[in-house]
Design a protein around this ligand. Structure first.
Ligand SMILES: Nc1ncnc2c1ncn2[C@@H]1O[C@H](COP(=O)(O)OP(=O)(O)O)[C@@H](O)[C@H]1O
Ligand SMILES: [Mg+2]
Length: 276
């Protein structure tokens, strides 16, 4: 992998102020769940939000956001769909059903470009990008062509998940993408009918990893059947009223991310200079 050279400008996406990549080392750690609920929480806080499902081989955003229609084109541009106040684009809208896509590098590259620049995102405070798991082609294409404001790395507290999360963090820092922080998902389980926390995967290990790597910790999300049901039924828990512990956890995560973006101030926004 060749790190981005300074002076190699990445074209901003007009109207999009912050591009937030949500990544993980492993699949199944709750990356899409976090991306979806973070986007919904940001919209609830009154921001203009888009969610781009860059997991072109395994797009789960349509299911988790409870919408699956064919997007319309207007002129040259694809109109994003919209649900829960979030603008949406996913390969799942264009290739519905269970047929897998079999694409290689150049096709992948062009579809990512289409999603970033051929979609009429309009004015957005945040465009959240749900990356596929790992450190492969899609991630590199995105990182090398889009002015990503910062990356969030989702992990469970288990050692195997953290091992891969560390790789993802190294990938982002190697290509000079700011790490906004680690989210520890599936931190613990509240034993039903009690207040007792059951430590399933080793609660707290995400935070310790963040500290040891010198990156920010953005928060923890409990392992909770309601979160899974929200995903499976297209009713993200972040939509629930204030006072619901799941909704509150994602709102807090959104606030922590915004605070972190504020703290890196000068990096935020379409600040990239284009030299012709
Ligand atoms: N905090 C959580 N509590 C319960 N289930 C969860 C939680 N986070 C994710 N899940 C479930 O785990 C499965 C994998 O999550 P997903 O977001 O698809 O992971 P990834 O995008 O990393 O592959 C999904 O069924 C999802 O609903
Ligand atoms: Mg996913």
């Amino acid at each position: 992998m060749s790190p981005n050279q300074p002076g190699q400008p990445k074209l901003p996406i007009p109207g999009v102020r912050n591009l937030i990549a949500v990544g993980s080392g492993k699949g199944g750690v709750g990356k899409t769940t976090v991306a979806v609920n973070l986007a919904v929480a940001l919209a609830k806080l009154g921001h203009q939000v888009g969610l781009l499902d860059a997991d072109v081989y395994g797009p789960n955003v349509p299911l988790m956001m409870g919408i699956n229609q064919t997007p319309m084109a207007q002129g040259e541009r694809i109109q994003p769909l919209r649900n829960f106040g979030v603008k949406l684009m996913s390969m799942g809208f264009l290739n519905p059903g269970d047929k897998p896509l079999i694409w290689r590098g150049p096709m992948l590259h062009s579809v990512i470009q289409q999603f970033l620049r051929g979609v009429d995102w309009g004015e957005l405070d945040y465009l959240v990008i749900d990356l596929p798991p790992g450190t492969g082609d899609v991630q590199l294409t995105l990182i090398q062509t889009a002015p990503i404001t910062g990356a969030i790395v989702v992990t469970t507290p288990s050692a195997v998940s953290l091992e891969d999360a560390r790789k993802a963090i190294h990938m982002f820092s190697q290509v000079r993408v700011e790490i906004l922080g680690i989210v520890e998902n599936m931190s613990y389980l509240i034993v039903p009918g009690t207040n007792q926390k059951l430590d399933v995967f080793g609660s707290g290990a995400g935070k310790r990893t963040a500290e040891s790597m010198g990156v920010n910790f953005l928060g923890e999300i409990a392992l909770d059947p309601e979160v899974r049901i929200g995903g499976d039924t297209g009713q993200p828990v972040a939509m629930r009223n204030e006072g619901d512990p799941r909704a509150d956890a994602f709102l807090q995560l959104a606030r922590n991310m915004i605070a972190r973006l504020d703290s890196i101030g000068p990096q935020v926004g379409p600040k990239i200079e284009i030299t012709d």
